[in-house]
Structure formats: C-alpha cells, structure tokens
Write a new protein. Structure first.
Length: 246
C-alpha cells in the first residue's frame, strides 16, 4: 500500500512538472509570436525629378529724387514712359507690364558734422517697380541683359535677377513623393534580405520637405528650398517609412 501511494505521488509530481513546462513553452511561443509581430524597420527613401521652368518673371525698381515732390513724380512718370518704350522695342506688349503703386518719402537735411536730421526737407524720393512675366523665358532672359539701355537713358534703377517658375509643380511633387515611398520600401527590403526576412505592410510614413534646387546642387534645408534662379532644376522628395518585418 505504501508503494502504491509513493507511485501515485511521483505520478502527480511528474504531471505537475509537465503542466508547468508545457505552460512555459506555450507562453514563450506566444511572446515570441508577439515579438515577431511587433518587429518593424524604419527607413528613409528619396527620389528626384528633373524639371524645366516654363515661365519667367523680371522686376525692375526705379526711383527719382528732386527738391520737390511734384518734380519727383514728374521724373518718375517720364522714366515710366521710357521703360514702356524700351519693352515695346523688345516686342513686349505694354498691357502685360505690371506697375506698382508709387511710393514716396522726404529726405531731411542733417546738421553739419552730425547724423542727426533737421526739420528741413533736402529732397523728395519717389519710387516704383515694373514686373514683366512671360512664358518665353529665353526671350525675357535676353531682354534682361539689355538693362544698360535704360541706365544709359538716365533712369536710376535696380534690376532684379530673372525668376524662373514651373507651372505644374504640385503634380511633380506628388510624383516625386510616390517615387520616394517606393524607394523607401526597396531600401527596407534590401536591409532585411540578409536575415531571410520579408517586408510586411507600411505602418507609418512621413513626407519630408521638398528641396527644389539647381540640377547639380546637393544643398538641403530643414525648411525646404525653392530655387527660382535657374531654368533647369530638380525636385527632391524624402519619405520616412516604417514597415513590419515577417
């Protein structure tokens, strides 16, 4: 009877140990499965697309200064007419010229040997700007090189650089972003390939700022770049994406 009791006790211990061990194995399998499910990889993809500007803008700022405000306005009006004639001679329709409102201010005389000013007006300054926009960017570029003709015509001016724009930039940005997301997936696949892993679904994605820069530029800015100084440029997009790993 004692032997039978011992056997029963031993059998009970073995059953208990087996239950604990099987529970451990099952728990470990569940944990490992959850870890596998939670495994992710984060990569950054990039893509660039070359674009050609299809419109241009050129702005000239000019001013006149005379002892009287009336004289300053008269000189500015005469200069405006000269500018109209200049563009007309270059084949630009006067109706396409965009003139700003006239700005004016008095310049006061200074005390001798001092930077402090008196209440007496020395002269008046009147200023204005004119902007020309065209889809014929080569023509406008060539016209801007002849600005010396206006200077030689007694016009006090400041010529800004021609600005070049791309009209369908929004569509190009969308295409570049899609290409960057695709590149991110390709990079993720390349990274897990050596471990016999596979990329699952994309769980998150963040689009970076766009960099619109000259063709050969590698410049990057945290706030993005929008180059308008070159005709040929490129749109660079980045996407930071997270994928599950199987």
């Amino acid at each position: 009877m004692q032997i039978k009791d011992y056997q029963v006790f031993l059998l009970g211990v073995m059953i208990a140990l087996g239950s604990v061990f099987s529970t451990y194995i099952l728990s470990k399998a569940v944990v490992d499965f959850q870890k596998l499910q939670n495994q992710t990889i984060r990569v950054t993809g990039s893509a660039s697309q070359k674009v050609t500007s299809d419109s241009a803008s050129w702005t000239i700022r000019y001013s006149a200064q005379t002892p009287s405000l009336k004289g300053a306005y008269s000189k500015l009006e005469a200069d405006s007419n000269k500018i109209k004639e200049f563009f007309k001679s270059q084949g630009i329709d006067e109706n396409t010229l965009e003139f700003s409102v006239v700005d004016n201010y008095p310049q006061y005389k200074k005390f001798p040997g001092s930077y402090n000013t008196t209440n007496e007006v020395d002269y008046y300054v009147a200023s204005q700007s004119v902007t020309v926009k065209s889809k014929d960017i080569n023509k406008l570029t060539e016209i801007s090189k002849k600005v010396n003709l206006l200077v030689n015509n007694d016009i006090n001016l400041n010529s800004e650089a021609v600005q070049y724009y791309v009209s369908n930039l929004d569509d190009i940005k969308i295409n570049a972003a899609a290409a960057a997301a695709k590149n991110a997936k390709e990079r993720a696949q390349s990274l897990v390939k050596g471990t016999n892993g596979k990329i699952g679904v994309m769980t998150s994605a963040k689009l970076g700022v766009f960099q619109i820069v000259p063709i050969d530029s590698t410049e990057v800015n945290d706030y993005g770049i929008n180059d308008t100084t070159t005709i040929e440029k490129k749109v660079v997009a980045t996407v930071s994406a997270t994928f599950t790993v199987k």
